[in-house]
Design a protein around this ligand. Structure first.
Ligand code: KE4
Length: 426
């Protein structure tokens, strides 16, 4: 008997490339049939076969309050009833801009867009326009969306310019991107020593969440800040994933390093399409219509999407919200670690705020090379064992996981018990 998920996946593949609208959803790295979700409520999602799961993906970060939070749904319905889009300014966009600038002191001006990709693409163009330079520095394993300058892998030598990591990216574009090692402050200093006067910007995931979760070494971030200041390069913190996920002031607040520009997404849309880029007034003043760097968007600041974001961000201001989320996420990791240790499974885990990393490796990795040492077959076995038990983790060994405010003690205990059973049968 073919399941409804399988039927839908076969139908989807007839009309959608790979049957999905974003590649990671296709389950290609873990194998098996993607789950087609029908409904979500709180910490749970239900698929087309009527099977429910405790969800640790949360739409890859946005659902920090859990699925279908009543206040967010009400705000969306109310906004929609007054018009879906105007292509003209609305008061809610002003309110959102003011709130973001209040929450992140490094933001003096901010522009809303419709995705994280748009936010980082625009911030990079702005940094290039502001400095008059072309060279962009990024770090291997960090993902900042799919604009051409960012789909670049490290060149043959440490300090040689990038090569395309995707079809369709011209070599002429990739060569303006230098790809370095995350957490390697010496490598960054060497790159600035050689190319400093040509570096328009450094873009970094302050806490890396796209090569599994990798924590920044404090010296790495401070060295980056100092080098950018010394060489007149723009420091861009990509907080699309970490913004209001790892703390109420984002990762920049957690680590005490101030960027020149910040990109945001996910949580600030509460599940609807919202991204943003913002920062120092003198830089942001170069964006059209004020300045010569062009950027635009039909649905930028869309009132329905902004309503979801505002409702979400306001609820995050509740006293103790982030402390409670961090505690719950730590509880999950501690329970998984104890279960693995009890059954002699080589496993490590860590959490930062409401995001976590699970690794089939004895120690938490600190670099991309160490992430590559993780046992992906073991992860895939864990993934499917947990999926069969009703616990939905990211379908890739190279993604971070997310806990929401809707995950209760019982949910966490249930997931830990399921992991104990999976590890017992290891
Ligand atoms: P979007 O264009 O997907 O909204 O944002 C791109 C982006 C930018 N910066 C960071 C730090 C991000 O994590 C992302 C997107 N994250 C992935 C999760 N690995 C989205 C999931 C997907 O691609 O389907």
């Amino acid at each position: 008997m073919i399941s409804r998920n399988q039927q839908l996946f076969e139908r989807a593949q007839q009309r959608i490339p790979g049957g999905v609208n974003s590649p990671v959803r296709a389950f290609r790295s873990v194998g098996g049939t993607p789950r087609f979700f029908v409904t979500g409520s709180g910490a749970r999602v239900t698929d087309a076969d009527g099977t429910s799961y405790i969800d640790y993906v949360g739409s890859w970060g946005p659902l920090i309050l859990g699925h279908a939070h009543p206040a967010v749904v009400a705000a969306v319905c109310d906004a929609a009833a007054h018009g879906l889009s105007f292509g003209a300014p609305t008061e809610s966009e002003v309110e959102m801009a003011e709130l973001l600038c209040d929450l992140l002191p490094s933001l003096e001006l901010v522009r809303l867009v419709s995705s994280g990709t748009e936010a980082t693409m625009s911030a990079i163009r702005l940094a290039r326009g502001f400095t008059g330079r072309d060279l962009l520095v990024k770090f291997e394993g960090c993902y900042h969306g799919h604009s051409d300058s960012l789909l670049v892998k490290a060149g043959s030598g440490m300090l040689t310019f990038g090569n395309p990591s995707s079809g369709g990216v011209p070599a002429d574009v990739a060569r303006h991107t230098l790809v370095l090692d995350y957490n390697d402050a010496d490598g960054l200093a060497a790159a600035f020593a050689e190319h400093g006067a040509r570096i328009a910007a450094v873009i970094v995931e302050v806490v890396a969440g796209n090569m599994n979760l990798i924590a920044p070494r404090p010296a790495f971030l401070q060295e980056m800040r100092d080098l950018c200041s010394r060489h007149g390069s723009v420091l861009i913190f990509d907080e699309v994933m970490t913004g209001f996920r790892v703390g109420d002031k984002g990762a920049q607040g957690l680590y005490g390093v101030t960027p020149d520009l910040t990109t945001l997404g996910k949580v600030i849309g509460g599940g609807m399409p919202v991204g943003a880029f913002g920062g120092r007034r003198e830089i942001m003043a170069r964006i059209a219509p004020l300045g010569p760097v062009y950027q635009a968007g039909t649905l930028s600041g869309n009132p329905v999407a902004v309503a979801a974001g505002l409702a979400t961000l306001k609820l995050l201001q509740m006293p103790g919200f982030h402390e409670s989320l961090a505690r719950r996420t730590r509880q999950l990791c501690d329970g998984l670690l104890a279960a693995a240790a009890k059954h002699g499974v080589v496993f490590s885990a860590q959490s930062i705020g409401g995001m976590f990393g699970l690794y089939f490796r004895s120690q938490c990795p600190q670099t991309y090379a160490q992430v590559m040492e993780c046992d992906t077959d073991a992860f895939n076995r864990f993934f499917h064992g947990m999926l069969d038990a009703g616990h939905y983790f990211a379908p890739s060994a190279f993604e971070a996981g997310f806990v929401s405010a809707a995950h209760g003690e019982a949910d966490i205990a249930s997931t830990i018990a399921a992991a104990d059973a999976v590890f017992r049968a290891w």
